[in-house]
Design a protein around this ligand. Sequence first.
Ligand code: SER
Length: 321
Amino acid sequence: MSKETVLIIGSCGQVGTELTESLRNLYGTANVVASDIRKPESAFWQEGPFEIMDVLDTAKIAEVLKKYQPTQIYHLAALLSATAEKNPKLGWRLNMDGLFYVFDAALEFGVKRLFWPSSIAVFGPNTPKLNTPQHCIMDPNTVYGITKQTGERYCEYYQKRYGLDVRSIRYPGLIGYKADAGGGTTDYAVEIFHEALKHGKYECFLKDNTSLPMLYMPDAIKATLDITHAAAEDVKIRSSYNISGFSFTPESLAEKIKKHIPNFEITYRPDPRQVIADSWPQSIEDIEARKDWGWKNDYDLDAMVADMIKNLAPRYKSQGI
Ligand code: SER
């Protein structure tokens, strides 16, 4: 078996942290190069190769690719929906120019496979909201959604025109306990667990009845590794695949949390992220991913809530929960 070397760009975010751990388990710590704009101090990041790299710095990208000769790249660096609305120009630059730089470096250095995540943000107000199909009207109206939609088109283009083996999935909102979420509209679904365990209450920035598609992080990592390791001919969609776990509203999530923390209280104070959430689907249909490369989620809503609380509770033990 030929040796694989993996580069993760944007490794220290919510997805990257968990993906780095899984890829180290798969390929060995020495063969997984983490990179981000800064290096966190925690021991985890000292254990394997790490490069401080800005994806807008093409000279640095070339230097890192020359040094490690990665066979696979996972390019995760992006501004998420809420942050990109605050800084639209940077959102476009980081999400689009960054992607082009990685595409071109991957071609130049003969990288065998590239993973790049898209998002449910590619859909917009005229997209069917329920069981949103793979192919439908897509009119994203956020900077983040516009860059993800454009990125998808270019993934397909680079695969067809230059033979670059790019693979992509449209992540729903992602919930995990190992790393913080940051800058997204679905972040409430992570924050709520910390606040419930710490303070027994949470003020939600979305309205009680805002339904959004979500996925538990172990399933998101599984989907990422499954599509990246599928046979090339099985990855028939080269823009990005719909994948789905479950959908819930802040109110229904709070009810589930109350089963574990009976005194938990939720209040609502919608902020500008409500408008973003309202433009996105409420649930996703993912038949193509299931058919083409065998995608299947392991966690439903109840299993996710139980697992989040089991893993986070020890951190807040002093609260007596
Ligand atoms: N979770 C992302 C966000 O809220 C959507 O992909 O921005």
